[in-house]
Design a protein around this ligand. Sequence first.
Ligand SMILES: Cc1cc2nc3c(=O)[nH]c(=O)nc-3n(C[C@H](O)[C@H](O)[C@H](O)COP(=O)(O)OP(=O)(O)OC[C@H]3O[C@@H](n4cnc5c(N)ncnc54)[C@H](O)[C@@H]3O)c2cc1C
Length: 459
Amino acid sequence: MLTGKDYRESLADGRIVYCDGERVEDVSTADRFRRSVDVIAGGYDRYHDDNPDAISAYLNAPSSIEELRDHANLKVDPLISSTYTSLMTLLTSADRIEEIRPESSAAIRKYVRQMQEKDLRIVECITDAKGDRAKRPGQQEDRDAYLRVVEQRPDGVVIRGAKLHISWAPLAHELMTIPTKAMKPGEEEYAIACAVPVNAPGVKIINVTADPLAGDLRDAPISTDAHSPMGFVIFDDVFVPNDRIFLNGETEAAASFAHSLGLWVRINGLKNMADEADVMVGFAQLVAEANGLERVDQIKDKIADMVIHATLIRATLEAAMGNSSISPEGVVVPDELYANTGKFQGAAYRNAMIQHIQDIAGGSVVTAPSTKDLANPEIGEIVRKYMGTKQSIDGNYRTRLFHALRDFTASAYAGHQAVSVIQAGGGLFAQRVVTRSRYDMATARQMALDLACLDDPWA
Ligand SMILES: Cc1cc2nc3c(=O)[nH]c(=O)nc-3n(C[C@H](O)[C@H](O)[C@H](O)COP(=O)(O)OP(=O)(O)OC[C@H]3O[C@@H](n4cnc5c(N)ncnc54)[C@H](O)[C@@H]3O)c2cc1C
């Protein structure tokens, strides 16, 4: 297993990364990535095991519902979480494509083992540039709007295209690259799934981050560590050798990867949402107490709404895990109906929960003086005095609580999160599609007919 130091060193591998219009020579030391690298390196150190045969417990596929549940409760960094999602996506897809492409099933299992043994980090490259959304890949004016194979060779393929919005791309080692959706006959060049090293010749990554750009990082206690780089990953005629190709032209299996990924991204997203929903309740309660209003009815009602929201999200997470199935290869697969319902609920109603926090908290969410103001000998005492509520609620504590609330609900990072929760893992429409297809409509329909004492007109 790698240590945090090994990880930092591993990033100096010739990768081509840009940020703010400039080439980043060393991502491990660049200002815009420094905090994110610290978070990932810290994750490596926390779980490091000196045993040469050890592999990260987090990267093992759970083989029972209990293991799945224990796994979901581990606190880890987002990049290892993305690695786990990628490995589980590949293993689930390996089962689904076994009959069509047995050689890829074997290649996937070998690749997964290698990644576990080398302790490398993987990001999920799915979302294509997509060009004109109303047109299919093969109908685009620019054929590269969806990633495609531009050359078949005896020893591999050459791919061209771009994958956008890729979380953590510049800080990972591997790009799990899969089709964004189902492909039809005639779209064989787009039915490509493979694994590409971040430093492969032809890969370029252009980044943005939602880091707190200016000021005192103590005023941004959440986003300082929680923000992530987002990569626009370009594949400029990248060669992929045969042993890293998992799909090549089999259009009928193109959707298997995206479906498998959708499931694992949503179950992971749901876990984060369940935790975040509890944090939101906690923030609402803390600020109600800090304002002296925790016993007032209209405040308690809002917090009760938030408690119901948090509890519903956790219930869907529990139901998704509790109703898991086991694949023929022994991989536990969470229930898609509950996972997608929970992800939809969490994303669609999150803004209402943020609004409750802001409503309960008051204007200091955006106007509380800074940490440096608190520390200034001329004005610090005055800030403390007027930000205080009563003896048990010191102005220092209350100001810092408002800094956290601003960071969480009203900063650039908060805006980033609002979009992220809706779009990452597929927009709300994607969850509507899956829930409709997995829901037992026939039984629901029959129950309604029975209650209405009607015969089925279609029978
Ligand atoms: C913070 C963040 C992190 C992300 N991380 C990753 C990542 O790590 N890896 C990755 O691969 N992707 C990632 N994504 C991408 C995410 O999956 C996409 O943003 C999402 O799938 C929507 O795609 P899009 O942004 O291209 O929007 P579009 O596809 O343009 O969709 C915009 C809207 O148009 C609708 N729409 C699009 N096409 C049609 C159509 N033909 N007919 C009807 N309606 C249509 C959609 O339903 C949606 O409502 C991330 C996104 C965000 C915001």
